[in-house]
Design a protein around this ligand. Structure first.
Ligand SMILES: [Zn+2]
Length: 341
């Protein structure tokens, strides 16, 4: 009985602590999104937006990582109902902001110079040639990418919308979830979509040693190929973390994978409003160098199903070309592609 009491209070203490921090980080992330959106509006007038140059964007990535480290994938929720005024003066809130901002400084530094030069051939490599951001895509060509699935219902809803819009997309799946929902991954393949890897457990690889890197990349890839019989050619690091880490890039290269970043972030992991997700996406799309690139979604959220359908319809209305990332890689490597004829 004594033991039980002790354990219960310990659990309460631990989760209580992390949930306050998570709440504050969620509040901070909401503010960062507002800031990101207004910067987007300002920069649109000047033209040219690069996610890798935005400090606010680096803070958003750091905030998401912070929230998920404390509370897992389910930790991301809207907390706007908590009064900002009450929170802003608390020491704990400042501490959380400080932690996130200092992590963001590192992320911002590391994200620079990952752009690969236009016209380069893309192949598994730890140099820039082995990383694709979308900024060098052919004009008016877009790839829709969906991360963090498979999901028991939402992945199939996205697949239905893609089918209705006669469109293909790339799905960066987690191996852990693939084991839980193999039939959903089968549906991705059956519908002729591109299957891609996004690690085993969604860990931040920069926080792991070489054993962790092997598990998250090498073991993952092998298990995904064994389970599906589909050769896996592209990979995306969770949070994009580790793109310039030589050790991590070497493991990616050794597994014959090209690393895929993005140049449009919908921020659908945090924003629950499909319309504002859509608006943010279109604004960023219009500000890309070639009116082309890679759009990042997560097929595990209800808002994503709606917002991504709106983007699909927009792409069709505007007569844009959509291809999977793999198809664009082939095209850039001088192989003719049906989607780009
Ligand atoms: Zn992810």
């Amino acid at each position: 009985m004594k033991m039980f009491v002790a354990l219960t209070s310990l659990t309460a203490m631990v989760s209580g602590f992390s949930s306050v921090e998570t709440d504050y980080a969620n509040i901070y992330a909401d503010q960062l999104i507002d800031q990101f959106d207004s910067e987007l509006d300002q920069k649109l007038e000047l033209g040219n937006i690069s996610l890798t140059e935005s400090k606010t964007y680096a803070k958003l990535i750091a905030a998401r990582e912070f929230i998920e480290k404390n509370a897992g994938h389910g930790g991301v929720t809207a907390h706007k109902k908590l009064s900002l005024l009450t929170v802003k003066n608390s020491t704990k809130y400042s501490e959380v902001v400080e932690k996130i901002d200092s992590q963001a400084d590192m992320i911002h530094e590391l994200k620079k110079e990952v752009e690969q030069k236009a016209g380069n051939v893309i192949y598994p490599s730890s140099t820039r040639d082995g990383n694709l951001t979308g900024n060098t895509f052919p004009k008016n060509t877009w790839s829709l990418t969906f991360d963090d699935g498979p999901h028991a219902s939402r992945t199939n809803q996205v697949l239905d919308n893609l089918h209705a819009n006669n469109m293909k997309a790339s799905f960066f799946v987690l191996m852990k979830k693939t084991h839980q929902l193999p039939h959903v991954v089968d549906d991705i393949i059956k519908q002729d979509m591109e299957l891609a890897l996004h690690s085993y457990t969604h860990a931040n690889l920069t926080k792991l040693g070489s054993k962790g890197h092997e598990y998250e990349i090498t073991t993952s890839k092998r298990e995904l190929e064994d389970a599906t019989n589909v050769p896996i050619q592209i990979f995306r690091l969770p949070y994009g973390a580790g793109m310039r880490n030589t050790k991590i890039r070497d493991v990616i290269t050794r597994n014959q994978l090209v690393h895929i970043f993005w140049n449009v972030d919908t921020l659908d992991w945090k924003d629950k409003n499909p319309q504002s997700i859509f608006n943010r996406t279109i604004k960023q799309m219009k500000a890309t160098p070639n009116n082309s690139g890679i759009i990042l979604f997560h097929d595990i959220h209800a808002q994503t199903v709606i917002a991504s359908r709106m983007v699909m319809e927009y792409l069709n209305e505007q007569g844009k070309t959509t291809c999977t990332v793999g198809e664009v890689i082939n095209y850039l490597n001088n192989k003719e592609q049906d989607c780009l004829k």
